[in-house]
Each structure stands twice: as C-alpha cells, then as structure tokens.
Design a protein around this ligand. Structure first.
Ligand code: PMP
Ligand code: GLN
Length: 384
C-alpha cells in the first residue's frame, strides 16, 4: 500500500477556477453559457486555411524561441501603426502561449519572495496565484462597484519600498472600464520616481466602444520604459483555444523575460504563428472588432432595458456587468447557481474577482455570442 507523499502546498487557498466550476455546472444543466469569455461563433475561414497552408508547407517543427520573425515583425508594425511606438523586432517582442503564459512568465522572471505587487480588484484570476507561487505578496486595491473608478491617491498609498510591480488591465475584465489618457498620465507620474515594473494586461485592446481610444502603456513615453505589455490573439481573432499571444517590453526587460520563457515553453505553435503573420497584415482584420462587438453589446443591453438589473454600459471587453441587488438579497454565488439550475443561463459571480470575495451582488455576462444565443438568454433574463 502506498502512503501519500506529504507536501506543503505553495497555494493552499487556491481552488479550481470559477470558469471551470461554472462551465461544468452550465454543461450539466444544459444552460446557455454566458460565463467563460469565449465566442461561440467561428473564426474567419481565411485564418483557418492559413494554418493548414502553413502545415502543408512544412512549418511543423519548432519555431524560434522568441517567435517566428515574420509574426514579430507584423506585431511590431501593428503596434507602431496603432500607438506610434516602435518595438525592436529582434529584442523587444516575444510570442507566447496566450497572455496567461506571458503574465506568468513576467511575474516569475521578476518577482522574488517578499516582493509586493499591486493588483487592482476586481482582478482576472491568474495574477495573484502567479505572484504567490513565486513568493511575492499581492497588494490588492479594491474598486467600488459604483463605477469601478480608480482613486490614484489611494493607489499611491499602496506603494512601499518593497513594491516591485503593478498590474493593470485595460480594457478591464470584469468591469468593462477602460483607463483614460488622464489615468495613464497619472500612473506615469506616480511611477516616475520608482523602479516599479508595470505589467499591462491589454488582451481586450481591440474591443473598445463608443469611439474611445485604447490607451496602451506603450503610448506613454516614460511608462513604456518600465512596461511589459501582454496581448492575446485568442481574444482578437475568436480563437481562444489556440492559446497564442505576445508580450512587448524594452530590450533589457525582455532579455530577462526570455530567460524564463525559454525554459517554460521554449517556443509556441509554429504553423499558427505563420498564419497569424499573414493575417495581421490586413488591419481590417482587427480594426473591425470594435464595431462588431459594440453591436453585440447594444443588442444585449437593449434586451435588458426593461428589467430590474442595473448596469452601466461596458466601455470595452466582451463582458457586461449586471447588478441584481434590486432583484434579490441572495449572495452572488448562490444567485448565479440558481440562474443556471432554475433558469438556464450561466454567468460569473464577481465575488470571485473581488478582494476577500466581497459580494457586491454583481454578475458578469459574456456577450461574445451568436445573436440567437443572446436572444435566448435575453428571453430568460427579461423575466427578472
Ligand atoms: N487577461 C485577461 C484579462 C483575460 O480575460 C484573459 C482571458 N483570455 C487572459 C488574460 C488570458 O488570455 P489567454 O487566453 O490569451 O491566455
Ligand atoms: N479570460 C476568460 C474569462 O475571463 C477565461 C479564461 C479562463 O477560463 N481561464 O472569462
């Protein structure tokens, strides 16, 4: 009989992610799934054929460690056209296994035991475990549901001599808020006298509404010098299952990032890199995303207009938060569970993204779905 090998967990408080838990429940009950953030429509067939073409042409062995040159060049050109900052193709861009690996690698490369990392809450769930598994200390800054607006004076108070990194996410999952130019300039001023690294999660960079501008960290002269910008093709090209993204940073930071990257994954799916390098050359392929998702947001919100859900239209991302406090006093996990089991619609309870699981009676719905899926969900939600 073999006894269990004893060990002390490095992440004693971490459980299976809310996306897996809710997704499984949704499947069991056959609910309409607006929980995990992924589209239920197909990617452009041209992109798919470009992958098979790359495979047929024999690009089936390891890609270079930091990414296929053609893709890095296309990324650099895209960033320059969008934000007027030129990243060096050789030294400043690395292709990653989605943004998750870019984020994990960046944290692992720079965070030592005892280092503090400021995390703005609610936060996407991969940041804090990555900090903790490296011995770092997440320092949360909780925003209020009344607008999810950051108070930069409070932010400033979170900085200590041990602060090594700040993580921002704009457009923001789950609130759908975006940082304005003024926010970014303020952040730039606050960080100027420090050696703090900025990890800027920009996976929803191409999903911004109402004519607003995505304010990438790379648009700001001083900020860009300390920033590691992470992005995801999964979000931009409706291929979340491909797990491919990239990160961009000044050469010195990138050199350090790559030391970890090469031993975490070495390199990323080669045929997909070839395909994306061609596909990225047409700006239209990503610039059309804003209006595509804006229409979906508007359709979803129109269907909710007569209900007792309260909401502020999301400014970016493909998520919409709904406040159900006019409908029920129940906790958000319980309410979300009943929404699945009794009504047949799945969403994410926001307490799982909040500091100490604070329950604000907010739910996150993903509207990256076919019109008929949204329409079926609205039929149910409009009863509330
Ligand atoms: N950051 C945020 C804010 C996200 O919502 C997600 C989910 N896509 C990721 C990072 C991870 O992106 P990827 O799927 O490319 O790993
Ligand atoms: N980013 C996606 C979301 O926020 C989920 C990705 C995941 O399941 N980890 O829904």
């Amino acid at each position: 009989m073999s006894a269990m090998v004893p060990y002390i967990s490095k992440l004693p408080n971490v459980q299976t992610t809310i996306f897996t838990t809710v997704g499984n429940l949704a499947r069991t009950h056959g609910a309409i799934d607006l929980s995990q953030g992924f589209p239920n429509f197909e990617a452009d067939p041209q992109l798919i054929s470009l992958v098979s073409k790359a495979m047929r042409e024999g690009h089936n062995q390891y890609a270079p460690m930091h990414g296929y040159y053609g893709l890095r060049a296309a990324i650099s050109k895209k960033i320059y056209n969008q934000h007027n900052h030129l990243y060096d193709v050789e030294k400043e861009i690395t292709v990653t296994v989605g943004a998750t690996q870019a984020i994990f690698t960046a944290i692992t490369a720079f965070i030592r035991p005892g280092d503090e990392v400021i995390v703005i809450k609610p936060a996407y769930d991969c940041y804090e475990p990555a900090i903790e598994v490296n011995g770092g200390i997440p320092v949360p800054l909780q925003l209020n549901k009344n607008g999810y607006i950051i108070d930069w004076d409070v932010f400033k108070q979170k900085i200590t001599p041990r602060t090594k990194m700040v993580i921002i996410n704009t457009p923001h999952n789950p609130s759908g808020r975006i940082f304005t130019k003024k926010d970014m300039l303020t952040l730039q001023e606050i960080l100027k006298p420090t050696n703090i690294i900025l990890l800027s999660d920009e996976v929803y960079e191409h999903i911004v509404f109402d004519g607003q501008q995505h304010e990438s960290a790379c648009r700001f002269h001083d900020l860009v010098q300390r920033s590691i910008v992470c992005a995801s093709f999964g979000k931009t090209f409706h291929v979340t299952g491909w797990k491919i993204g990239y990160c961009a940073a000044p050469a010195k930071l990138m050199q350090e990032f790559r030391k970890t990257h090469q031993f975490a994954v070495f390199c990323v799916d080669h045929p997909k890199q070839r395909a994306l390098s061609t596909y990225l050359n047409s700006e239209e392929n990503y610039l059309k995303l804003n209006s595509f998702y804006e229409q979906k947001r508007n359709y979803f919100l129109k269907g909710l207009s007569g209900t007792n859900f309260k909401f502020t239209p999301t400014e970016g991302t493909y998520f919409q938060l709904l406040d159900y406090s006019n409908i029920s006093d129940e906790g958000d996990e319980g309410f979300a569970k009943r929404l699945i089991t009794e009504h047949g619609v799945a969403c994410i309870p926001i307490s799982s993204f909040n500091m100490k699981h604070r329950d604000d009676k907010m739910l996150r719905f993903c509207f990256a779905k076919k019109k008929e899926t949204l329409s079926k969900a609205l039929e149910i939600l409009s009863r509330f």
